[in-house]
Design a protein around this ligand. Structure first.
Ligand code: B12
Length: 309
């Protein structure tokens, strides 16, 4: 398959993929990736000159294969699991199944939808952004219309928090030593599931994250920055009412004059883009967690040494 111009920016060369994966999977090499492709397991696209390029989904697939190899699955067993993955219902059907189970109160079944999809290798980013996120938004809409009681919405939020934490732990790979990310929801912002997903994706790439969770007062954010000397600070803001807290945090971070990058995500970030940029911070295209991963990787690559533990 040839690489199109639109997805070119996200593509990595075979050398970059080997470098990125070697800490977690020391046996990954140019020849092992070519071997997996000859076996019909790994996928890549090609440049005009015939060089292999890997999209994020291709890299997720390789990680999945390497995990299964580490669990001693044979190539045939891996082939079977990958075929199961290809047969998995579309993300939107999985989201609908999750919503139905969750709204009817069968939280175990809702959790199973996610666990099963994860087990056959649906990429973490897809599980997060194409299954759980739309499912939670749908539940929020139904709650707003009075179709879902508050107590049920709270149960489902808590289940989702547990699922995201579990998936994050399961997919985490050994940490690279090239910088830390501090991640927090601004003061008053209790919606933390989106940022949790971003943290999960970063840890799945071996990026070290100090995650402070929901509703973090600016003084504690500054404390974390002093403690960790991060290369990147990630902030999340969803509710309109948290706007002033965001501005306070951005002003305080700018005053530190430290060489870290500030990246803001969450639903309010696009609306407040002008204010955010005034403080020298940036927003993430489409508020997309996978894009955040790319921006963080870029920032870490520019600042390769760890300054503090
Ligand atoms: C779950 C939920 C809660 C849970 C949160 C639990 C938790 N641990 O996070 C609880 C019960 C605590 C809650 C409380 C409230 N909620 Co609420 N909640 C929701 C709900 C149903 C889902 C939110 C969610 O988790 N979505 C899933 C996540 C994964 O998606 P996301 O937040 O959209 O994030 C995505 C992106 O924004 C991005 N992202 C997020 N952060 C970051 C950061 C970076 C760096 C990047 C790159 C990307 C990124 O990643 C995600 C994937 O794409 C929404 C409904 C909706 N339409 O969103 C209402 C909703 C957000 N809540 C709302 C309200 C009003 C409230 C309350 C005020 C209700 C009340 N009266 O008490 C309180 C406020 C609490 C507070 N002080 O913050 C409103 C917000 C209106 C507004 N825009 O201001 C909504 C939209 C419901 C509605 N339709 O009215 N809520």
């Amino acid at each position: 398959m040839r690489a199109t111009q639109s997805n070119q920016a996200q593509l990595k060369s075979i050398g970059d993929v080997v470098k990125a994966l070697q800490a977690a999977f020391p046996d990954v090499s140019h020849s092992s990736l070519r071997f997996l492709e000859r076996e019909g397991l790994a996928r890549s696209t090609r440049t005009e000159g015939g060089h292999r390029l890997y999209a994020p989904a291709d890299i997720d697939r390789i990680i999945r294969i390497k995990r299964w190899q580490a669990e001693r699955l044979t190539l045939d067993q891996i082939r079977e699991r990958l075929a199961e993955l290809d047969r998995l219902p579309a993300a939107e059907s999985l989201a609908a199944e999750f919503v139905d189970d969750a709204v009817s109160g069968d939280l175990a079944a809702a959790g199973e939808v996610i666990a099963r999809a994860d087990q056959v290798g649906l990429p973490l980013a897809t599980l997060f952004t194409e299954v759980l996120t739309p499912a939670l938004r749908e539940i929020g809409d139904r709650w707003e219309q009075g179709d879902v009681p508050v107590a049920r919405e709270k149960e489902v939020s808590e289940l989702s928090r547990e699922l995201i934490a579990e998936l994050t732990r399961r997919h985490a790979v050994p940490e690279r030593q090239n910088g830390v990310v501090v991640a927090a929801c601004v003061e008053g912002e209790k919606h933390e599931l989106g940022l949790r997903m971003v943290v999960g994706l970063l840890r799945a790439r071996g990026i070290r994250v100090s995650f402070l969770g929901a509703d973090v007062a600016t003084r504690f954010l500054l404390e974390a920055v002093a403690m960790r000397s991060p290369a990147v600070v990630l902030l999340s803001v969803k509710q309109t009412s948290a706007r002033d807290a965001l501005e306070e945090a951005l002003a305080a971070l700018r005053d530190l004059d430290d060489p870290f990058e500030v990246i803001v995500g969450g639903e309010l970030s696009a609306i407040e883009a002008a204010m955010i940029e005034r403080y020298g911070a940036r927003i993430v295209p489409n508020d997309d967690p996978a894009e955040a991963l790319r921006l963080v990787e870029e920032a870490l690559a520019q600042r390769p040494t760890v300054r503090a533990g």
